[in-house]
Ligand binder design. Sequence first.
Ligand code: MBD
Ligand code: FE
Length: 286
Amino acid sequence: MTATHAPVPTAADSGSSATERFKADKSGNVANTSPERVDLLVREVLSAVHDTIRRHKVSYAEYNALKAWLIDVGETGEWPLFLDVWVEHVVEEVATEHREGNKGTIEGPYYVPGAPERGSRGSVPMREDEPGTPLLWTGRVTSTDGQPLEGAKIELWHADAEGLYSQFAPGIPEWNLRGTFSVEPDGSFEITTVRPAPYMIPTDGACGRLIAAAGWHPWRPAHLHVKVSAPGHEQLTAQLYFPGDQHNEDDVASAVKPELILDPKPSGDGKGETVVYDFALDPVRG
Ligand code: MBD
Ligand code: FE
């Protein structure tokens, strides 16, 4: 870490932004779940909680600690963070188990739709003096049968070299390190960005207090987030990781898969890195 840090975002800053983001983009699009399904799922979850209480003879003091913590999750705006870190990976697993194309992983709480369009060969928006190792990423988007997907779109978003996300930490330009890319007729693209730093879950909110109370660690390995879409194909949400990151093996969000680890090489000019990573998307069936 360098001596010049941006202000560390408070849990409440990033939490309330993530909560507002979710409400704006996704809360209008929730399942109209049948009473039978609600009954089944809620009963099973509650029954698992009841079993744990009986098995471990949970005390009133522990019950009240849970109650206080759940209130705290809401007050620090950390429901999106809590759910995406400790629950989403299994939802993603179930939702994508039929796929034959690229593996994906969780979206997490910091996606923002509508990032600036940068064509098929370009740089993500970044500051003039953006810190971090330059990264030139080339690749292709095809269907699972190898056909190039000319209409494909790649949305890329990631933390900066201090592990901070624009729109969820103060003092960063709105669309910094967030861009939307197209592809050439042969499906190829070329994206310039910088290597992100590992991400630390805020320690001053409810999630941080849980991590400390349980003796866990708050780290996600460095990662690039992407959403890749093309007409007639399932949208792929993924994250790409860097080899040798100490948290690839123990990501707090359990979102690393071996297929998602990049293989960057030093670039010819010695100033940065280049990497090749392609996407094959599953056609929408039926
Ligand atoms: C992140 O940057 C992230 O990607 C996830 C899944 C959870 C918290 C922060
Ligand atoms: Fe992230």
